[in-house]
Design a protein around this ligand. Structure first.
Ligand code: AMP
Length: 375
């Protein structure tokens, strides 16, 4: 039986293992956290990512290695790649860890982004304000996630305060995009280069954290053709293997890339029940050299993230078509603890079920969704 080693033992690693066990795989995780959502579905090696003896233990006891988040030092993944196959390839990590490099990478491959400006001192901050105008967004180039490490600034005073707060170096300023909606595209590429694309997903964020995903999103054929050709181009350029997620803003019918994640992604959790083959299974199939499965949707799905506290599962499971996922994490404000996917064969039915369960969403997200569906 083959073993897949995963860097990270959070909920993504757990859902990867849950989808890979029926295919006959065993799982081993390396993670510095003492308790982890994945430890019930494989062996958890409890060590820092930089611990070379733990890395060797993982590499020597695994047939292939993958990772569940993109902030692992590239040097660690590069070292592992000398001993074992590591997918997605380390170059994909390098291209996505730094928001400046990532935006340059998108532009090089003909994909539009918000205008941006690197900021490392007060002079470059002034230049960014002059070229992008206000409001703008200041973000750390590295290690930001779920809205952490970023500020929307509306005045030059706020800009200087945010610049100091973010550490004054390694910052990127981005023009503020007044988008119509947020979309994401997930794709999987196999070792032989064959590629599948999931439908576009419509996403609602609040306080920088994903709250609601709806799939498949409605859009023109042209928009989908264009986006799959663009993302297909990136996958080829990186000689990519595994699942890749790209997040976009849609404005006036055009897509503007925000960021990419070389891994399974929160906006693809609906695929567990809502697609023929989930993003988790396709990632496992890709990294283990198996053929990819059909990414087509099974009806219509809504995925609601459970942030900070968990609802009563007995109440949730009374909702028609609802599937409840509890990651087994300690509740903490702002923490992703689980998700619910509601699946239905009819969009009208799904919308009516959602309308009756808006209490599961923050008020702002519920209002945004209602405003969009009644437009
Ligand atoms: P990020 O950490 O880049 O994924 O940003 C988190 C969320 O902040 C995004 O999903 C958007 O809702 C918002 N956001 C990020 N960058 C921009 C931007 N340049 N313009 C407008 N909103 C943004």
């Amino acid at each position: 039986m083959k073993t897949i080693g995963i860097l990270g033992a959070g909920q993504l690693a757990r859902m990867l293992a849950i989808s890979g066990i029926p295919l006959g795989f065993k799982f081993r995780f390396l993670d510095p956290a003492t308790s982890s959502p994945a430890s019930c579905v494989g062996e958890h090696i409890n060590s820092p990512f930089e611990d070379s003896s733990a890395l060797h233990k993982l590499a020597n006891s695994s047939d292939v290695i993958t990772y569940e988040f993109e902030n692992i030092p590239v040097s660690v993944v590069g070292d592992l790649a000398r001993i074992r196959g590591v997918y997605p390839p380390p170059i994909a990590l390098e291209s996505s860890q730094d928001r400046l490099v990532e935006k340059q990478f998108f532009n090089k491959h003909g994909i539009a982004t918000a205008p941006f400006h690197p900021v490392d001192d007060l002079a470059s901050l002034e230049n960014a304000m002059a070229s992008l105008g206000l409001p703008m967004i200041l973000k750390t180039r590295r290690f930001g996630y779920d809205g952490k490490g970023q500020f929307l600034v509306k005045s030059s005073e706020e800009t200087v305060t945010a610049f100091r707060e973010l550490g004054q170096k390694g910052i990127i300023a981005e023009g503020f995009v007044k988008f119509d909606r947020e979309l994401s595209l997930l794709a999987a590429r196999a070792t032989d280069g064959s590629t599948v694309f999931y439908p576009l997903v419509e996403n609602y964020h609040h306080d920088g954290i994903l709250r609601l995903s709806l799939a498949p999103a409605f859009h023109s054929e042209d928009l989908y053709k264009k986006v799959i050709s663009q993302v297909g181009g990136i996958l080829k350029a990186l000689d990519y293997v595994g699942v890749l997620a790209v997040e976009f803003f849609e404005k006036d019918g055009l897509l503007i890339a925000n960021e990419m994640a070389p891994r399974v992604h929160n906006s693809g959790h609906w695929t567990i029940e809502g697609a023929e083959t989930s993003q988790f299974e396709n990632h496992i199939r890709a990294v283990s050299g198996l053929p990819l499965g059909d990414p087509g949707p099974r009806g219509f799905s809504a995925m609601i993230n459970l942030i900070g506290n968990m609802p009563d599962p007995a109440q949730v499971l009374k909702i028609p078509g609802a599937h409840f996922h509890d990651y087994g994490k300690e509740p903490r404000p702002g923490r992703k603890l689980g998700h619910i996917t509601i699946r239905s064969d009819s969009l009208d039915k799904l919308n009516s079920i959602l309308r009756q369960n808006l209490h599961l969403l923050p008020n702002k997200t519920a209002n945004d969704w209602q405003n969009r569906t009644t437009r």
